[in-house]
Ligand binder design. Sequence first.
Ligand SMILES: C[S@@+](CC[C@H](N)C(=O)[O-])C[C@H]1O[C@@H](n2cnc3c(N)ncnc32)[C@H](O)[C@@H]1O
Length: 468
Amino acid sequence: MARQILYKRCDMAKAPATRRRAAVPQALAVSLLRQVEQGRGFSNRVLAEGLERNLELEAGERGIVTALVYGVLRHRSRLDVHIDACARDGAKLGAVPRMLLRVGAFELLELGREPANAIDHAIAAASGWDPSGRLGKLAHAVLERLAHEATARDEVLAAAAPLDVLERRWSIPRWLAGRWLKQLGAERALARAQALARVPSVDVRVDLGRIDAQTARTRLQAERPGARIELVPEQPQALRVHGGGDLFYGALHDEGLISVQGLAAQQPARVLAPQPGEQVLDACAGMGVKTLQLAELMTRRGTLVAADRDATKLVEHARLRERGRLDVASLALHVLTTDLAGDASELDALGRFDAVLLDVPCTGLGNLARHPEIRWLRRFEDLAAAAAVQSQLIARLRARLRAGGRMVVAVCSPEPEEGARHVAALLAQGGLSLLHERTWTPEDDGTEGFYVACVQDRGAPAPAVAGS
Ligand SMILES: C[S@@+](CC[C@H](N)C(=O)[O-])C[C@H]1O[C@@H](n2cnc3c(N)ncnc32)[C@H](O)[C@@H]1O
């Protein structure tokens, strides 16, 4: 078996100050990527905590760390193809050297850094793990060759069979690439893979009851002078922000005037179109991004129940209540910890619902751009496991609709087993009409992959549903 050299991070505080400074973003990125690889958390959480622990980093350096962490996860296969071709024995590379090389290769191939700069960064970062200089020498040799041969190797990669192109050039796991080729054809599958490789915008939802989108944009632009902020046609509540940094911080967010939420994820509540005075259930409410949106659409009037089985997520609702100005006499807001796939008898006292938003737990396969590690975590079997849970939840929640009530089924995955097939099966049982159905895709809509459908109980005449 190949012998791997294990590197332990040495004390960067003992390194000369100039070297330390130059290496910080790359060294931190390697360290955070190792944490993600070891399963110590999702990349967004690991990154946020890593940046929090390194407050001395300047804004530009924080941006570099963020680009490196997400970028390496999005392009891992391509980086490894290049590294394995240039290292003397790729199989013998230990986890730290490989990650260091991935970061260096990403700087070269995706950020277009000058080879001398990328190599310098890698050597300086390497010294944090191996002061003897051996790791730095390895990084130098591999990255120099990689830079020299990159164009020719990329041409070979691009000319391969479609399955290999998706897997090796665009970092889509082979099992998923095979499904896409069958479902979508080669051209569309490639367009999807390419769309998911791009750095996504950060989308925000504006609380239109309290501020108009243009004013929110102007205020946000003043908060983030370097950002490019776009209004979205036919989506009056949405802004798309490029290069604006972390939008969870800032006055607009703190005042609840904007909420960070992907454009496609903004659709389920819009399609449900809850009315003031209705009794509405946010099933699978999680940390409440859609709970607040439902309250906004109800103009904070009526009864709103946020339910989830995970009490640790529901804890966030206390902050949400304050940020979203939800403590008003016109809104009865209940937050319940309950297993909705079981009896959920805590809900019985409330009777049936006019509108139910069911944001089912899923594989997250639509979210490969914003949560790139999902590519490397999911397996084919996960689809069937998620589908089983989803169909149980859908059946239970359908039973809680009043006559004429509406239910939205939403899922952050474009895979048919997790959305369209459930809704087809539900409709086949009878008693429901389909008011709206749409799959949002990265290649057509520039959003996360998302399925959303709205059904209505046939017990009463159908009211018009906005957005359908
Ligand atoms: C896609 S997330 C919901 C995200 C949330 N709606 C939002 O907009 O932030 C799915 C949620 O389903 C919850 N969940 C999974 N199984 C459940 C069950 N049997 N009963 C209740 N909630 C469940 C998970 O805890 C998770 O918060």
